[in-house]
Design a protein around this ligand. Structure first.
Ligand code: FPP
Length: 255
């Protein structure tokens, strides 16, 4: 009997040309909802489904790091009801997905000014982070109440304090030391940054870490970003030559 199955869009990608770390600015939830005359929070709820798909895809492709921009420090200026609903969705996601994270050896990390979050949300996050802390197949980092400039400012403050305390000489401050004082310490920099819904900005996300990251912008709104769209981003990435400031000739590529 002839069986017809939809082709898996992630099935035939070259594993040698996949990024090790994907970062995502998940934009367009509000527009997705507006296009359908739905409240904005429905767009965020649909955005959570896209998060789930993305995590599954990275796990399937053996991509070890995924970092998602879920809430910037500027997002605190949104209507209170939307902010509260977003945290509600996050807590729901953590509770519901924890068994899947554990089963698939996925570690959850959260970066940002968590002290600004409601205590109950922080407790929920701390529990999920602790319960997944020994997992190593995929590190899913969620940037929450996050600002790249704030992260760098805090790193400078801590380095200065160590210098003043005599633990560090100014000439010992190098790029590795700065990186070690960031919230992403220990993680490789992103190879690929995906931004949905067409905006060509980095919006205060991982400013230090994306120095050499390839940027892929798609007009697709985040709730519509699924395996097909990820395939397009990964094929685009696979076709790029990463020169890190060198010439094509130095890298042995075509000019
Ligand atoms: C941008 O759309 C999206 C956000 C500010 C929130 C994204 C958060 C989630 C999808 C939930 C995160 C949860 C987990 C588990 C990581 P927008 O509201 O800025 O859309 P617009 O620009 O069209 O208004």
């Amino acid at each position: 009997m002839a069986r017809r199955r939809a082709k898996d869009p992630l099935a035939d990608l070259d594993p040698q040309r996949l990024p090790r770390h994907i970062a995502v600015i998940m934009d367009g939830n509000g527009r997705w909802a507006k296009q359908r005359d739905l409240p904005r929070i429905e767009g965020h709820a649909k955005g959570i489904d896209a998060v789930r798909e993305m995590v599954r895809a990275c796990r399937k492709l053996d991509i070890p790091y995924l970092t998602l921009y879920a809430f910037s420090t500027e997002n605190w200026n949104r209507p209170r009801a939307e902010v509260e609903a977003l945290f509600g969705l996050l807590v729901h996601f953590l509770r519901k997905e924890l068994p899947e994270l554990e089963k698939n050896e996925i570690r959850l990390r959260v970066i940002g000014r968590l002290e600004r979050l409601p205590q109950a949300v922080r407790d929920e996050i701390a529990d999920a982070v602790e319960r997944t802390s020994r997992n190593t197949r995929l590190t899913m980092t969620v940037a929450l109440s996050y600002s790249g400039r704030d992260e760098l400012t805090e790193a400078v403050r801590r380095i200065a304090a160590e210098a003043v305390a005599g633990k560090l000489k100014p000439e010992q401050i190098d790029e590795a030391l700065v990186a070690a004082h960031l919230l992403t310490a220990g993680m490789p920099d992103p190879d690929l940054l995906i931004r949905t819904s067409g905006e060509r900005r980095v919006s205060n996300f991982l400013l230090w870490q994306i120095a050499y990251t390839e940027i892929y912008v798609t007009d697709v709104l985040w709730p519509d970003f699924g395996p097909e769209q990820l395939r397009a981003a990964l094929l685009d990435f696979a076709g790029r030559e990463r020169r890190f400031g060198q010439t094509s000739e130095q890298l042995g590529g075509a000019d």
